[in-house]
Design a protein around this ligand. Structure first.
Ligand code: HEM
Length: 502
């Protein structure tokens, strides 16, 4: 006669087996993710038994890049590996030689792989950049938008003494400037919040969380259906808002073109949208509406937040260091006369010679690079210049933020805000630094296409604003990093405004 075990016995046996297996795994993997074997010549970041680095990464998500920087320092290395239970490992590097290898010398050896697709696909779609499309730059748009912000926001705040959020204003400034320059649309979000921008922010935060928290996609989908009638928009609803915005832009442009054709008028709009509509995609065809949607969103994500964040971190530093602020002010007073301000082409030329202001911006992007970290997948086995072996399919990452903060890369004063480090001994020129050491704009074949435009936009904004106002950080307001795909500010940058001259 056979006696079948009771439910309690089955549960007991299962629990004992799980405990035993976990204990054995913990013995074999006491400081890293299970099934990740140590590799010769590659340091592993110390983690929890079996789970590896996942728990501490989630715990440190809010200060993710400082946390990585601390580990580079603690391990006294510029390259290490992080391991996770049931997930691929990630090899991190801040070594400029490796960055040059990944971004340029062995560019073909790495792709924005499946991990990147998973985290970014909803927002960025197929991501077709056509590097042949040149980006129009025009100071006039930036001057007009700063004048509008001065009239409608800064002047009023100076009179009333109210606290305003400079970070939010810069996001609206760069959104409006970009919409006009890129797509010929007057968004006027400086005057009134745009739904589109809110949804764009929510999707970027979601993309970042997806790269760290497993299962968040399923959670968001469930939330969408369970709380469909809730006032708070779900991720899917945010995506619908963003898509609707891009589709409307495209539809209206098609209609304008069609109307011009019917009236036999030559349709000429030199903005990015028209250039994209004429440009060919990777398969040689003109872009269809979905590809155009992806391209528009790619450009907005590339251009809007990055520039707004660079500006916000700049003014934050200028408030922290009044003596540096005064030097920028003195240079602005010297170079930007009323005549220059009124003439966009003169302003363009004059700004190129404002060495100290450039140095301040470059120093901000060293310590607060708008894209703090980046990830790729190896398409074949490789060996990095520092000797690290990378195998096909592995995820690798480099972080401009960590590079900027590490003494091994920038010397003992790496963490100090020192624009002077950019000033060459030859009066009136800037020190040239390798783009693999200062990788804020990426480098190699995928260098930022908007680099010159972004620098111009930022310097127009910095110099015009600094000539007119002094900002003061609101009492009690703490500035903290918010890690999105780009380096944002958690609670913004709350300031009060003082007018310099009436
Ligand atoms: C301070 C401002 C900016 C910073 C720090 C910055 C930084 C970067 C970085 C790091 C990348 C590489 C991203 C990657 O491959 O994952 C990039 C790519 C790109 N950026 Fe910028 N960017 C800025 C402003 C702009 C602006 C204003 C525009 C557009 C007008 C722009 C257009 C692009 C484009 C099109 C790419 C993709 C290039 C390619 O993949 O071939 N960026 N940028």
């Amino acid at each position: 006669m056979t006696v079948s075990p009771s439910k309690t016995e089955i549960l007991g046996i299962t629990a004992a087996t799980v405990t035993l297996v976990t204990a054995l795994l913990a013995l074999k993997y006491p400081d890293r993710g299970a099934f990740h074997e140590h590799r010769e010549g590659l340091l592993d970041m110390e983690g929890a038994p079996v789970l590896g680095n996942l728990p501490s990464m989630i715990k440190n998500m809010d200060r993710f890049y400082d946390y990585l920087t601390e580990h580079y320092e603690k391990m006294n290395t510029l390259t290490f590996r992080t391991t996770f239970f049931m997930m691929p490992s990630l090899i991190c590097t801040a070594d400029p030689r490796n960055v040059e290898h990944i971004l340029k010398n062995n560019f073909e050896g790495y792709i924005k792989g499946s991990e990147f697709d998973y985290t970014m696909h909803d927002l960025l779609g197929e991501g077709i950049f056509n590097s042949d499309v040149d980006i129009p730059s025009n100071c006039r748009v930036f001057v007009d938008e700063i004048n509008l912000a001065s009239r409608e926001i800064f002047d009023k705040a100076a009179t009333s003494g109210e606290i305003i959020d400079f970070h939010d204003i810069m996001l609206r400034f760069s959104m409006d400037s970009f919409a006009e320059l890129g797509f010929g649309v007057k968004l006027n979000s400086l005057l009134e919040r745009a739904d589109f921008a809110d949804s764009f922010d929510a999707l970027q935060l979601h993309s970042f969380k997806k790269s760290i928290i497993p299962g968040i996609e399923a959670y968001e989908t469930a939330k969408h259906y369970l709380f469909y009638w809730s006032k708070e928009k779900s991720i899917k609803q945010h995506l619908d808002t963003v898509n609707a915005f891009a589709k409307k832009l495209i539809k209206e442009r098609h209609e304008e073109e069609q109307a011009a054709k019917l009236s036999s008028i030559k349709f000429e709009k030199g903005d990015l949208l028209s250039r994209f509509m004429k440009a060919a995609s990777r398969n040689g065809q003109t872009l269809d509406d979905n590809e155009l949607r992806d391209t528009i969103l790619n450009f907005i994500i590339a251009g809007r937040d990055t520039t707004a964040q660079a500006l916000s971190w700049t003014f934050y530093q200028l408030m922290l260091f009044p003596e540096i602020q005064e030097k920028v002010y003195t240079e602005a007073e010297q170079f930007i006369t009323e005549e220059v301000e009124a003439d966009p082409s003169k302003l363009y030329t004059v700004i190129q010679n404002m060495v100290y202001s450039h140095a301040v911006l470059f120093e901000v992007l060293r310590l607060y690079p708008s894209v703090p970290g980046n990830q790729k997948e190896a398409v074949k086995d490789d060996v990095w210049p520092d000797g690290t072996r990378v195998y096909k399919g592995e995820q690798i990452s480099w972080q401009p933020y960590c590079q900027g903060h590490l003494t091994k890369v920038w010397g003992s004063d790496a963490k100090e805000f020192k624009p002077e480090r950019w000033l060459s001994e030859t009066v009136g020129s800037l020190v040239r630094v390798s783009p693999f050491q200062w990788s804020a704009f990426n480098a190699g074949p995928r260098v930022c296409l908007g680099q010159n435009l972004a620098i111009l936009e930022a310097l127009v904004a910095i110099t015009l604003i600094i000539k007119r106002y002094k900002f003061h950080q609101a009492t009690g307001h703490k500035v903290e990093i918010l890690n999105l795909v780009t380096l944002s500010m958690k609670d913004g940058l709350k300031i009060t405004v003082e007018k310099r001259k009436s």
